[in-house]
Ligand binder design. Sequence first.
Ligand code: 8QM
Length: 403
Amino acid sequence: MTEALEHALVPPVSDADPFDPEVLLDPGPLHQALREAGPVVYLSRYDVHALARHEQVHAALVDWQRFESGAGVGLANFRHEKSWRPPSALLEADPPLHDAPRRVLREILAPPALRRLRTTWAATAEELVDQVLAEATEFDAFTALAEAFPLRAFPDAVGLGPDGRENLLPYGNMAFNSFGPRNDLVTADAHRVAELSAWVNLHCAREALSEDGFGAQIWAAADRGDLTCEQAPLVVRSLLTAGVDTTVHGLAACLYAVATHPEEWQRLRQRPELTRTAFDEAVRWQSPVQTFFRTATTDVTIAGTVIPADTKILMFLGAANRDPRRWPDPDRFDLTRDPSGHVGFGMGIHQCVGQHVARLEAEALLTALACRVERIELAGTPRRHPNNTLRSWESLPLRVKKG
Ligand code: 8QM
């Protein structure tokens, strides 16, 4: 017996189902139990090891050599089962294949490249907030703001035509469910897979995209030889998969945070430069992307537990972002803390390449609101929408006082 195996620990075992709709609607108690059970927990239901503490989640995220993405970042292992769609050239790829698409998208979505959008999106957000406030002071902020703003801003920036944009959110909901097990959430949408995938794939083509958006810039990179012609439509597809639902639920998280923390809303109104902190703290606090998997490339020992090669590891980003070992008073939405180091955007080579876009959207919307709204509070019970990966919303009833 090798030294490692001789001293190998048997990790705590949990038969909990993190993808049970009840758990998805209120994941906090399971997260706490998993964090407290130990640095590694074996989930018997899915035959995977799970990490829920910040230290181990962070360590796994930055160790792409031993925790690969190329076998898929959902429960399904692409080495043994076929994916529901061709794998992403970014999310579901490892170096060296991952690097060219990553470099191209990083340039296109870098802060300097977004400068023109800042002005455009500020105006879009002001117009939207003015419209909403002109109609009522009580409204569903999930549909009226969190969904409406990204849908006005982002597809235009990508260069999508006007038709069929209503397919974007259902496609994203389906894609984010697909990272989990094949449970009822997945089968409920199964009848739309072909239709929605066909629509998205059609709109990744060069001809479907305007000449001045992110999409056209991706195709221009292919013309320069920085991407292959097979990669270009897949990289556009990444924008359409990763760029809509995430920002919708991230913005909803921001709105929920300020509606339930009136003192933080006042602080934000007094110090607009805190808008970016507010967004990152909301991403830490709510973790719109709750979980991702990796696959061990070799037998990996974490805190004494051996995780066998070619098996899946479930990383609870949401649990890590509220780990009391890392964050004082972790359940508090707190604009005086420094939220950097949260894993809500991932960490390491796959860390969200679109985060500057998301931050710009949040900045535009929160700034427009802060200039027009003195008080903001819940006007009813918010409702969540279960999704295997996203901490998503169904409705967020708010009441505001203008001023
Ligand atoms: C999650 O398709 C993709 O490349 C892709 C899909 C989903 C994400 C990222 C990338 C993390 C937001």
